[in-house]
Design a protein around this ligand. Sequence first.
Ligand code: RFL
Ligand code: PHB
Length: 390
Amino acid sequence: MKRTQVAIIGGGPAGMLLSHMLHLDGIDSVVIERQPRDHVLKRIRAGVLEYGTVKLMHEVGLGERMERHAHDGSWIAWENRQPFLIDTRKHTGKHMWSFGQTAITEELYRVRERDGGRVIDEAQQVTLHDLDSERPWVGFEKDGEAQRLECNYVAGCDGQHGVSRNSIPKDLLRTFERAYPFGWLGIMSETPPLKEIMYAHHSRGFALASQRNPMLSRYYIQCDLATDLAEWPDERFWEELKRRFPPDIADRIVTGPSIEKSVAPLRSFVAEPMSYGRLFLAGDAAHIVPPTGAKGLNLAVSDVFYLHRALVAQFKKSDSRYLERYSETALRRVWNAERLSWQLMRLMHVFPDDDDFTRRINLNEFDHLQASPAAQAALAEQYVGMPFEA
Ligand code: RFL
Ligand code: PHB
């Protein structure tokens, strides 16, 4: 327990996928997670995955038996106008997947357990040391006892509020940020979802219809950041949701009791560089996208793809070139997703400072997208995800 090749901070999808992929190449890792296991397994988050994300998961033996649904893309609806499909299948030959993050996390924990992977749950006071030396180590407390784990490399996969990013000296880290002045109120309900995923703009605010399986729907509406859930009984949510979709679509929404309800704040954030000495950041630890482009988990997976390749080259061939270029390579894809998510945020939501000019520009952007196959193709290419770089 005292030593491993790669210490992975955070047992979310990024950390667990990295641990699994390293294991397939015979590289040892230990995952250090702050939360209890059932908390990690119950977290409800992503629902839409890129074609390349699911393809990679299959290549590493994951997801065959998991519930998933292919979609030709997602729809964009606009008050009083005809909706259109971001047709990824037509424009790129690739489809999108509905694939719940909860199921992915469960699958990752299942295979790591099967393969004897080491995951330390409920690790407290995690600290990173000597990252700029050849012998970094991780300190933490488990069951009240101080522990020390030595390693060759540290992977910082501990999400938005972890310790890894903050272990990089302040003067070496540059951050870029947009906070949005509203949130998403989301519910999960055991009702049959709409057939397709649909983003809707309305003068009352944004709404999204998504799904997890044929009897599990996921819906969101744009809400005030100060929203009090007690003021949002199910009936009020359904009524507001339906008002934001075109009437013929609203009529098809099947309502029922919610089994989960929460408010998610929305943020764009990037930290550069994504590495320092022997520490490499991956996933939400390095960047956050607002959920409009459905990119967060997809980016976590592409970071892991690049980081795994780099660590394998280092351990197996003493080739450090990929590690040296990791941050630069990962960031190209990150910024692409940041731009798309930000654009879709601007287009689809009602901002408090929107004036008539902005409203006309957004309306024109929708009309242009709806009428122009070239504009739809450009959107489809980004929505389905840029390919991983060689
Ligand atoms: P995670 O999932 O946050 O996992 C990080 C893990 O690190 C642990 N941790 C620590 N461990 C040790 N020591 C510490 N000091 C630690 N601090 C934290 C945490 O407990 C946790 O277990 O990050 P990771 O692995 O990078 O994965 C990122 C994704 O979870 C995230 O990007 C997505 O969920 C974003 N997202 C979506 N992504 C998509 O690709 N498609 C979607 O459709 C999509 N929808 C969404 C989303 C996120 C949402 N919310 C709530 C933010 C919808 C929503 C509403
Ligand atoms: C979801 O199903 O949770 C979901 C779908 C599409 C998004 C974001 C979240 O853009």
